[in-house]
Design a protein around this ligand. Structure first.
Ligand SMILES: Nc1ncnc2c1ncn2[C@@H]1O[C@H](COP(=O)(O)OP(=O)(O)OP(=O)(O)O)[C@@H](O)[C@H]1O
Ligand SMILES: [Mg+2]
Length: 397
């Protein structure tokens, strides 16, 4: 076979996917199984906006462990709420912001202002900008449902300022409600009386049980693949989901299995493929966050990974990682920042749960405290692979 024929043959091969993109994290399925109770609570809280003429401002919080469907539920609710509101002639705008991307109240408000007024938003204070947005909503007879995801990454004052908008600008002016989303442990660190007093409802999502996981995976695999996946294969994945209490893990396994089957030219997904794929999924590690890191944070992370591999120990010290970081900056012709900034990036990576860092006292030898850095559940060489891929795309010229 000539090279071109081989190329064509490869292209001509039937993929096992019907819709591979349906397994992307950003995909919101048209049905959301097993979250009726949560959806009903949200409907109950927010339907007042459609029923009462003064359109109250409502603040709700969705809480739960990683991968229990918080983001999916909020977006799903937003989409349906908008449709039902439209039937009642209320024009609801759903605005979703993830604090991984938008790390302060100002960033979010600036973005909103730009969207609603097509201006840059520069020169206005946050409060002025909010006022402009609220007036625009009133003028357009609109209403905004603002979804703030990973909200623990904002500082508590910023969160409170969002929740306080109706009090600050007047209930009659605030055509705006908010859904906050956070993992439970993260939320516990930032919750305070003031914030609590501004929440209309706190809704907790529990991890899916085996039967629920089966139902969801069956549905998601029907959307994603051409052929039905065997029941016993789905049972196997459901068990993994239940073991990790994390649905993302199951969706990732489906995605990786499909890619693997396609690459190997296999017709169906077997138990072996699932085992292989599940070894490649790291439940606490989220690749999509890596894509959103700032350049300096990325280099810092690569520095950490390199020094972990070099030391060949489960942890590395901040000084070692900093050295690697500095030489990487030279390699990639980027400005190398001072150690204090580097420590800031390490803290950020820790907060984003990409690494874990803890301060330890080193006895006699050296003064001061040391920062020990480890990765969570992804092995350093795996992360290195992933990062080098990203760096080649980003910084090669
Ligand atoms: N009820 C469901 N039906 C269909 N798919 C679901 C359901 N619940 C979760 N999923 C899928 O599982 C994956 C994880 O869900 P999601 O991202 O919403 O979790 P999360 O609670 O926001 O997690 P994290 O705290 O890590 O952000 C997503 O791919 C989502 O589409
Ligand atoms: Mg989420």
């Amino acid at each position: 076979m000539s090279d071109e024929e081989k190329f064509r043959a490869q292209f001509g091969k039937r993929s096992c996917f019907r819709l591979a993109s349906s397994l992307d994290l950003s995909f919101i399925p048209s049905k959301l199984f097993c979250r009726d109770e949560v959806i009903n609570s949200l409907i109950y809280s927010f339907r007042r906006i459609l029923e009462e003429s003064e359109q109250p401002a409502i603040n709700c919080l969705l809480l739960g462990r990683g991968g229990v469907g918080k983001t999916a539920t909020a977006k799903y609710f937003g989409r349906n709420f908008r449709n039902i509101a439209l039937e009642k002639n209320v024009n609801v705008f759903i605005e979703y912001y993830d604090a991984i991307n938008f790390r302060s109240k100002s960033k979010i408000i600036r973005e909103l202002l730009g969207k609603y007024t097509h201006g840059s938003g520069r020169g206005f204070s946050d409060d002025e900008a909010i006022k402009i947005i609220l007036s625009k909503l009133i003028k357009d007879k609109g209403y905004m449902l603002l979804i703030l995801d990973e909200v623990h990454l904002l500082n508590p004052d910023d969160i409170l300022a969002f929740l306080n908008i109706a009090e600050t600008f007047g209930h009659q002016n605030a055509k705006l409600s908010i859904i906050l989303i956070s993992r439970i442990n993260d939320w516990m660190r930032i919750e305070n009386e003031k914030i609590l007093s501004r929440l209309n409802e706190k809704i907790k999502l529990n991890p899916y049980n085996f039967d629920e996981a089966m139902q969801i995976l069956k549905y998601r695999s029907e959307i994603a693949f051409n052929e039905d996946i065997d029941e016993d294969i789905l049972e196997m994945i459901s068990q993994i989901v239940v073991d990790h209490q994390n649905m993302r893990h199951g969706i990732e396994i489906l995605r990786k299995s499909g890619l693997f089957a396609d690459k190997e030219g296999l017709e169906e997904i077997t138990a072996d493929i699932i085992r292989e794929a599940s070894n490649e999924v790291y439940p606490t590690f989220r690749g999509e966050i890596i894509d959103q890191l700032k350049d300096q944070e990325l280099i810092a992370l690569l520095g950490i990974v390199r020094s972990l591999i070099r030391n060949n120990e489960p942890f590395t010290l901040v000084d070692d990682a900093f050295e690697e970081y500095s030489s990487l900056c030279v390699n990639y012709s980027l400005t190398s920042h001072v150690k204090m900034s580097f420590r800031k990036y390490v803290r950020k990576l820790n907060q984003l749960k990409i690494i874990s860092s803890k301060t330890v006292r080193i006895e006699e030898a050296e003064r001061g405290r040391h920062l020990e850095i480890t990765l969570l559940d992804i092995p350093a060489p795996k992360l290195l692979e992933l990062l080098e891929d990203l760096f080649n795309k980003k910084f090669s010229n």
